[in-house]
Design a protein around this ligand. Structure first.
Ligand SMILES: Cc1cc2nc3c(=O)[nH]c(=O)nc-3n(C[C@H](O)[C@H](O)[C@H](O)COP(=O)(O)O)c2cc1C
Ligand code: SF4
Length: 596
């Protein structure tokens, strides 16, 4: 039942404030609760929450609401449908399905139906690429969409059936674990790694981590032991362990499976982090798209507390550590560690300045470890088996095994665990790739790998990756991917710095020009120029990697652009230099980014 009556909404807002201790750091969690109950954050709720948390600062609340894709100031309807618009969903016909659904429901894409019954909108990847096309309906993932399934869904919506009365198989998220190796083959009994580490002591546990040479699985590959050691040595009375389960890179779904099936391993890794660095509090930041995991995660946390694996005096020792879950609300940038910290603090997910690092000043200004879900799982594995054994797997610079999310044109999409260093060819063989033309490794911010490079290895010293492998067969036009990724970055840019905010929009303009068959060599030069500006001048990794796919495409598949050129006489599109000059004129400042 969606709340629409103002007194009820105000009562809900009061209750939510109370439930979150009137702490502004919990703002995002409060807004998510209101959004779920009202399918928007209505004015009546804002009037209660805003003054209670921010006094006369009237902008803080609406600014936060507008930042997150899944929050809305206006009513989104009784049924809120977000269709995943990732390139792999598109390859499986998601755009035609969107049209079909809209015509069945008599609603325009991106609009709310006049009677307020339903809205249908496109969203970036929902983390279900192995079982798309997918959607979120009132926050819950619905997978393997077909015309027939959408017809049934339309009937259920017209009949105003609650989601609880819908066929449960619609909401099934299959784990699709296709290959397991040392990490996932033999799950640890809950508490085993913790006990081993308590026996070993914090110093020696850290040494095991050094011996393992574990590097972060979230993309940057930073050495985990160094991170933990630095936080441990930092002067502070409080420290935090933050687990990054934002997993917004299109094509990535490994953390979903880990939280769904190996949550104990992840929580055990976080608890070990608490033990080693001296933190009592952990926060698991999960992307809003994984709402279906909420009850499961709370149940695992409750069980671990009951088992003495979380809370006071863990396993009879003097270790105290607990974990709470924070939810995201649809913002890819919140996977970037300092943006995530801002989001956990209830603010917009705007990346902070590079220094001080989170290990020195992170959440609440205190030393905080940020690690990926898979990194914590690997840390638990090392805690039990020891670092040397872990380091025997993989390559010299990339030890251990890695989870790879395989999707696209293959018979067996899903999750594959391999030792680092596996070749693309081997992955293609195992997943039953059909006549592959190229791969996109590590999502839109990663690398495009043409067939001649299929012997390259997935490892930090060769093809570095967060663990995403999208397969494209010979029938695919790479331009479709280029267009999809360019729009993705434009939408996800947080807008803080000019090179990325303006540059991603200019890129979309240029890509559109090629799409219309109006490109010219000067536009290609402009694309390269923009790529250099974004890569070298953007404030954070989003802007710095937003053009990697374009540069790869131009280098490996120039024909994709050449056949969309009309002549070589066109003027280049409006350039970033022009945009910067305009910004200078508007702000009266030489450096519009000086505040960075
Ligand atoms: C735009 C952007 C998005 C990111 N998204 C994620 C993410 O979803 N999950 C993640 O673990 N790391 C993500 N990262 C990397 C984090 O900033 C950080 O390096 C990582 O969480 C550290 O954990 P690790 O050392 O275990 O890899 C992202 C970085 C950028 C620039
Ligand atoms: S690079 Fe993009 S996402 Fe990063 S701070 Fe700048 S505008 Fe925001």
């Amino acid at each position: 039942m969606v709340l629409t009556y103002a007194p009820e909404i105000r009562a809900l807002a009061e209750e939510t404030l109370l439930g979150h201790g009137r702490d502004p750091f919990n703002l995002l969690q409060m807004l998510i609760e209101v959004q779920e109950a009202c399918h928007c954050v209505p004015q009546a709720a804002q009037e209660v929450i805003g003054p209670a948390l921010f006094g006369t600062d009237r902008l803080r609340l609406p600014a936060a609401i507008r930042f997150y894709s899944f929050l809305s100031e206006t009513y989104l309807g009784e049924y809120v449908i977000y269709l995943s618009d990732n390139i792999t969903d598109q390859m499986q016909g998601s755009r035609a399905l969107a049209e079909h659904l809209c015509s069945r429901l008599r609603v325009r894409l991106g609009r709310v139906r006049a009677d307020g019954r339903v809205s249908v909108t496109l969203t970036s990847c929902t983390g279900m690429c192995d079982q798309g096309p997918a959607a979120l309906i009132n926050g819950f993932a619905v997978t393997r969409l077909t015309r027939e399934r959408l017809d049934q869904i339309s009937i259920l919506i017209e009949a105003r059936q609650p989601l609880s009365a819908w066929p449960p198989e619609y909401f099934q998220v299959a784990p699709n674990l296709r290959r397991s190796d040392v990490l996932l083959r033999h799950p640890l009994p809950p508490g085993a790694a913790l006990q081993a580490c308590l026996d070993r002591g914090a110093d020696e546990t850290l040494q095991e981590l050094y011996r393992s040479d574990l590097r972060g699985r979230g993309g940057a590959g930073f050495k985990t032991a160094i991170k933990w050691d630095t936080a441990r040595k930092a002067e502070a009375s409080r420290r935090f362990i933050l687990c990054n389960a934002d997993e917004g890179e299109p094509g990535t779904f490994k953390d979903r499976l880990l939280l769904q099936q190996y949550a104990d391993l992840v929580l055990e890794g976080m608890t070990l982090g608490g033990f080693v660095v001296g933190a009592r509090e952990g926060i698991l930041y999960v992307r809003g798209e994984y709402r279906f995991l909420r009850d499961h995660l709370e149940a695992v946390l409750a069980r671990r507390r009951a088992q003495g694996l979380l809370g006071e005096g863990i396993l009879g020792s003097d270790l105290c550590f607990d974990v709470k879950v924070h939810w995201g609300a649809g913002a890819y940038i919140c996977g970037m560690e300092t943006a995530m910290i801002e989001s956990i603090e209830g603010k917009r997910g705007i990346p902070r300045k590079r220094f001080p690092l989170p290990v020195e000043e992170g959440y609440r200004g205190e030393p905080s470890i940020v690690n990926n879900v898979e990194t914590f799982a690997a840390a638990a594995h090392i805690g039990w088996h020891g670092g040397r054994r872990f380091a025997r797997h993989g390559t010299k610079d990339s030890t251990g095994t890695k989870l790879f999310c395989v999707s696209g044109d293959c018979a067996l999409p899903g999750l594959y665990e391999y030792p680092w260093g596996v070749s693309c060819r081997e992955v293609l063989r195992d997943c039953g790739a059909r006549n592959p033309q190229y791969l996109q490794v590590s999502g839109p911010s990663g690398s495009t790998v043409p067939a001649r490079d299929f012997d390259r290895r997935l490892a930090l010293e060769d093809l570095s990756t967060v663990g995403t492998v999208m397969v494209f067969d010979q029938t695919r036009d790479l331009f479709d991917m280029t267009r999809n990724f360019a729009r993705f970055f434009q939408h996800e840019s947080c807008g803080l710095c000019t090179p990325c905010r303006v540059g991603t929009t200019l890129l979309v303009g240029l890509v559109d020009k090629f799409e219309a068959g109006l490109g010219c060599p000067a536009d290609l030069a402009e694309l390269r120029h923009l790529a250099t500006v974004l890569t070298t001048m953007s404030h954070c990794g989003l802007g710095q990697t937003a053009t990697a796919h374009l540069i790869d495409a131009i280098e490996h598949f120039p024909a994709v652009f050449e056949r969309r050129m009309q002549s070589d006489t066109f003027e280049p599109a409006f350039s970033l230099d022009d945009a910067l000059a305009e910004a200078r004129a508007l702000t009266g400042r030489d450096d519009p980014d000086a505040h960075l």
